[in-house]
Design a protein around this ligand. Structure first.
Ligand code: SF4
Length: 370
């Protein structure tokens, strides 16, 4: 069989599985990750996107707060981290966190997204204090805060179990967990890019504990550094297995690696081809995830808009201030207005749906093409 015929036969087989709602295998994922026929991958991903989300594309009005960049870890891909006392290091007092939350706040803001470094000296009460102060000042705003890596750290510095830590933060007002810190689960690659970070297994354990405690979360993968296609598919399959057990993940967000000011600065920025492929293959492999998010800060508003044709149904939010990706050279700016986000979606022929963190619809406006 010639190359083109083989390609068509493989796509036919995967296409039949997609049409029939059958789960794709690791080998199918690898094929989709490596084939040159990106448009066919996108067409299949679009079938699933439509099945799960119709003509709707989501966004949220949120505000990112990064309370400290001081961190005991030294992930090689991280441009945000500073040693304590080093030039450029900062740590907000809880009052500063409230000031930051107030910047750009308006009654449409439905989420504060809070993540930061693992500070060597701050006690657990500082992190809990952030949550309770924000919750008291803004009781209507959902607090999506602290990655699984931070939760693991809090459990260690507080002496509480994971379950107790999560229950205590939930008591203070925590609403859900973001999906960061997952990076790449494959052990060898993970050790090379973030040797100090918790293992992929531990990341999954924290998420399983959170889901069982009634806290939902997102999931991410950092791609475009030194990982292989096998690592990417392995990551998706492990997330899918956990989701089978808990159903606690809301969205999957592939995060494009940004090399500037990192230890891996000999790498290139990710290509549009890879950004779009990651979203499409994620949509196809993660049959038990409702949402795939294209984070425009990482891949630009232009590529995010195109990704709506390749499996994504969410372009994240208005994001008032974001420091982590901007430190690593993101060119997308720090915020988009509501009308810019809605126009991006409408121009793609879809219906802009403003959502809250848990994907409840806050406002939708059917597009002319709907
Ligand atoms: S990625 Fe997170 S854990 Fe790693 S060095 Fe940066 S702030 Fe610390």
């Amino acid at each position: 069989m010639g190359y083109n015929n083989r390609l068509m036969a493989d796509f036919d087989q995967i296409g039949r599985k997609v049409e029939g709602g059958e789960r794709l295998s690791f080998e199918d994922g690898l094929f989709l990750m490596e084939t040159t026929d990106l448009l066919s991958v996108g067409r299949l991903a679009d079938v699933i996107r439509r099945r799960k989300n119709g003509n709707r594309a989501h966004y949220i009005i949120n505000n990112h707060i990064n309370h400290t960049n001081v961190c005991v870890n030294k992930c090689r891909f991280c441009a945000f981290q500073r040693e304590k006392g080093a030039e450029g290091s900062y740590t907000m007092e809880i009052a500063d966190v409230l000031d930051e939350a107030g910047k750009g706040y308006n009654p449409l803001v439905s989420e504060f997204h809070v993540v930061g470094g693992l500070h060597p000296d701050l006690p657990y009460s500082y992190y809990r204090g952030i949550i309770s102060a924000l919750h008291s000042a803004y009781p209507r705003v959902h607090l999506q805060a602290f990655t699984a890596v931070e939760i693991d750290y809090f459990s260690r510095i507080s002496g509480m179990s994971l379950r107790e830590t999560l229950a205590d933060l939930k008591d203070a007002g925590l609403g859900s967990l973001p999906g960061g810190g997952a990076e790449v689960f494959a052990e060898k690659t993970r050790k090379r890019i973030c040797p100090d970070k918790i293992s992929g297994e531990r990341w999954l354990e924290v998420m399983e504990t959170a889901h069982n405690a009634g806290l939902r979360s997102n999931a991410t993968m950092l791609y475009g550094h030194i990982e292989s296609a096998e690592d990417r598919v392995d990551h998706l399959v492990r997330l899918r297995s956990l989701q089978d057990r808990t159903g606690g993940f809301m969205a999957f967000i592939p995060l494009a690696f940004h090399p500037l000011n990192t230890d891996l600065d000999d790498r290139c920025f990710t290509s549009g081809q890879l950004d779009i492929r990651m979203l499409a293959v994620s949509r196809l492999m993660l049959d038990n995830f409702d949402h795939i998010k294209a984070f425009w800060i990482m891949i630009s508003p232009a590529v995010s808009q195109l990704s709506l044709f390749f499996g994504a149904d969410d372009i994240d939010g208005t994001v008032v201030e974001e420091k982590i990706t901007n430190a690593a050279g993101a060119q997308s700016g720090k915020s988009l207005s509501i009308s810019q986000l809605e126009e991006m979606i409408r121009e793609a022929g879809m219906e802009p749906v403003r959502r809250d963190t848990l994907y409840n619809v806050l406002r939708s406006e059917p597009s002319a093409a709907a």
